[in-house]
Ligand binder design. Structure first.
Ligand SMILES: Nc1ncnc2c1ncn2[C@@H]1O[C@H](COP(=O)(O)OP(=O)(O)OP(=O)(O)O)[C@@H](O)[C@H]1O
Ligand SMILES: [Mg+2]
Length: 255
């Protein structure tokens, strides 16, 4: 079992879109997949499940429910769903110092049958993100190729450093790579960002910018409205091809 967090504390950069499409791509390759939605916005959950889940990651992390009773089957693997209660109850359930280790413990105890666990992180740095990073082997960082994107990437490096630098948290956490989402190759700024990001990936994370770039296309929001991976919505879409390539690149990097 390998655990991959999709993380960027900047909002709206394609984390949930990537989590859903990678789950689909990995499942298509015959891998046993678990998605973990640890974002109270529950976008991955709304994408994968038609109806609200009766119990969610909130009850799992609080210890009220067991993994087997919370995980749900979906088209693209199993899912630990989320909902708003994760935000409203967070102070209550996260008040013990052991909270940030709970997800790691649950995955270690109950989820060995999965090949890959994909965690969709919220756009924040709080106990939920730390719990996700503590439970992860790898981080994938989606980013837009825009002027302010570097701010987000610098902030992430500080968060990751805090988790890595404590031997009690996760010193072996590895950044698989940064990759561009909503990519518009016709913009000059976008092209220049490639070099800037490559330098940042190397210096901040000892990592790299992945080759796969997910283009900005209306196929993506349309596929989400249809509650399908973009490859199942429109196989010829450039975003479908790019997500396929990203899945290959990720699997190659961690095999
Ligand atoms: N490649 C793309 N082309 C066009 N639109 C996209 C693409 N990727 C994502 N989007 C759209 O951008 C919006 C944000 O995407 P998404 O929800 O995946 O980001 P996020 O990082 O998970 O956001 P949050 O930080 O709020 O959790 C969504 O409306 C989604 O449909
Ligand atoms: Mg999201």
């Amino acid at each position: 079992m390998k655990v991959i967090s999709i993380f960027n504390q900047k909002g709206g950069v394609g984390k949930s879109t990537t989590a859903g499409n990678l789950m689909a791509e990995f499942s298509r390759r015959g891998k046993a997949i678990l998605g973990v939605d640890i974002d109270p916005q529950a976008h991955l959950t709304k994408f994968l499940l038609k109806n609200d889940a009766p119990v969610s990651i909130c009850e799992l992390l609080s210890g009220e429910e067991k993994f087997i009773d919370v995980a749900q089957g979906t088209l693209y693997g199993d899912l630990v769903p989320s909902d708003r209660s994760l935000a409203t109850r967070l102070n209550g359930i996260a008040n013990s110092p052991s909270f940030i280790f709970r997800l790691r413990q649950i995955l270690g105890d109950e989820c060995d049958t999965y090949d890959y666990v994909i965690i969709d992180c919220p756009p924040a740095v709080n106990q939920l993100t730390v719990a996700a990073l503590v439970a992860s082997d790898y981080i994938l960082i989606p980013t837009e190729a825009e002027y302010f994107s570097m701010d987000g990437v610098c902030e992430i490096s500080r968060t990751i450093a805090q988790v890595r630098e404590s031997k009690y948290l996760n010193p072996t956490l590895q950044v698989l790579g940064i990759f561009f989402t909503r990519y518009r190759s016709n913009l000059t700024i976008t092209r220049d960002m490639g070099d800037v990001m490559e330098k940042a990936a190397d210096e901040l994370f000892n990592s790299r910018v992945l080759k796969s770039r997910i283009p900005n296309t209306c196929d993506v929001p349309e596929s989400q409205a249809a509650r399908k991976a973009v490859a199942d919505y429109k196989a010829s879409s450039k975003a479908a091809i790019a997500y396929r390539a990203l899945a290959d690149e990720v699997l190659e990097a961690i095999a």
